[in-house]
Design a protein around this ligand. Structure first.
Ligand SMILES: Nc1ncnc2c1ncn2[C@@H]1O[C@H](COP(=O)(O)OP(=O)(O)OP(=O)(O)O)[C@@H](O)[C@H]1O
Length: 375
């Protein structure tokens, strides 16, 4: 087991005008499950491949434990990687696939058999050891790929979208299995995904990347409750946070007929660069029917109601939003809102429902920088 440290690690592919990963500083604790998440092309795989030694590091250093591994070959880094496509050998049995790396490393036969047996027990693969990969289901193949990593007893597991070939139901089951297996084995794990739900449900901590730049690192709760900037706020959470550019009027922000009070800490962070605007965000579940005398009301014209049994979601537009769109354009779709409501009070399409922010239900970001101003 070991810590992992990226210190200003940078990779710029030849011919590209920007680094794929730009001065990444990230420390991963011993035994931690860290998820690297972000949209396609943000640099997740490049970061993982630099750690694996499969990609050059143009500047900065990478450490596993106290050892600088930046110039160490992949096979000497004491890591095991689980790839998206599993990369199983079709002509070998499950047992042979799982033991192959140990065989190459010259591990004695009895030791290989023992480790393969142990991994097969952990992964519920004992009955399949003599089968070839083609005679396995997708989920079983995924477990063999995990088994191949486990038998090596590495210091660090690296996983690059290991669930992407599974159907939705199996993916949910397998993500719980991988997370609990990792906790049982206690091996430091770096896991790459573009799926924020996977990140929230699996990671001890999450690191969000965008355009090669680290945006925020924190526990799933940190990322959800206190996103560092507008990007993280919109990326983490499903349905996504409602986010729009509002106009500051005195101590309030308005958008169409909606008006919310701005906390003092937010007002204190506004600068002339913000042009009298502020980014207002609120999660669908942080709204409730407006009460009399409410200081923050948002009237929503209902377009569609989605009933999910336990909850219902209203999709609609803020009343008066056409005035905003006329003035500022609707580039970021900020006039559209999603509101979670109890399933017993479903409104009709085209009706207007007035909601208010729950206590501390608003997130506010600088219009000029996108950085969080407070809640
Ligand atoms: N071999 C390469 N040569 C040139 N550019 C590359 C190469 N590999 C990746 N890139 C570029 O580097 C950036 C980061 O790519 P990377 O594969 O790390 O992103 P990612 O976040 O893993 O994306 P995805 O989720 O789509 O796999 C992208 O802009 C990509 O086009």
């Amino acid at each position: 087991m070991a810590t992992v440290t990226f210190s200003k690690a940078t990779r710029q592919y030849p011919g590209n005008d920007k680094p794929a990963v730009d001065a990444l500083d990230l420390s991963i604790e011993d035994g931690e499950f860290l998820v690297l998440v972000g949209p396609s092309g943000c640099g997740k795989s490049t970061s993982l491949r630099m750690l694996a030694g499969l990609e050059e590091v143009d500047a900065g250093r990478i450490y596993i434990g106290d050892k600088d591994v930046t110039d160490v070959t992949p096979k000497d880094r004491d890591i095991a990687m689980v790839f998206q496509n599993y990369a199983l050998y079709p002509h070998m049995t499950v047992a042979q696939n799982m033991g192959f790396a140990l065989k190459i490393a010259g591990t004695p036969k009895e030791e290989i058999a023992k480790r393969v047996q142990e991994a097969a027990e952990i992964l519920d693969l004992v009955d399949y050891l003599e089968r070839k990969p083609k005679a396995l289901s997708g989920g079983q193949r995924q477990r063999v790929a995990m088994g191949r990593a486990i038998v090596r007893q590495p210091q660090v597991f690296l996983m690059d979208e290991p669930l992407s070939n599974l159907d939705a139901k199996l993916r949910v089951q397998t993500r719980t299995q991988i997370a609990s297996l990792q906790r049982r084995l206690g091996i430091t794990t770096v896991y790459v995904t573009h799926d924020q739900t996977e990140a929230l449900t699996m990671g001890d901590r999450i690191a969000v990347l965008k355009d090669g730049l680290l945006q925020q690192v924190g526990t799933p709760r940190d990322m959800y409750d206190t996103p560092a900037n507008r990007f993280v706020a919109g990326f983490i959470g499903s349905p996504a946070m409602n986010i729009g550019s509002w106009t500051i009027q005195g101590r309030r922000a308005t958008f169409g007929d909606a008006s919310v009070a701005l906390p003092d800490s937010v007002l204190a962070g506004i600068t002339p660069d913000d042009d009298g605007r502020v980014i207002v965000g609120f999660r669908p579940e942080n709204l409730e029917p407006a009460t009399e005398g409410s200081t923050s009301t948002i009237p929503v014209k209902v377009t569609l109601v989605e009933e999910l049994g336990s909850d219902a979601y209203i999709y609609g537009k803020i009343v008066g939003s056409e005035r905003e769109v006329e003035k500022f354009g609707s580039g970021d779709g900020s006039d559209q809102v999603v509101v979670r409501i109890p399933p017993n009070a479903v409104p009709a399409p085209d009706s207007v429902v007035t909601v208010q922010l729950k206590d501390h239900g608003g997130h506010f970001f600088s219009h000029s920088t996108g950085n969080a101003l407070g809640r």
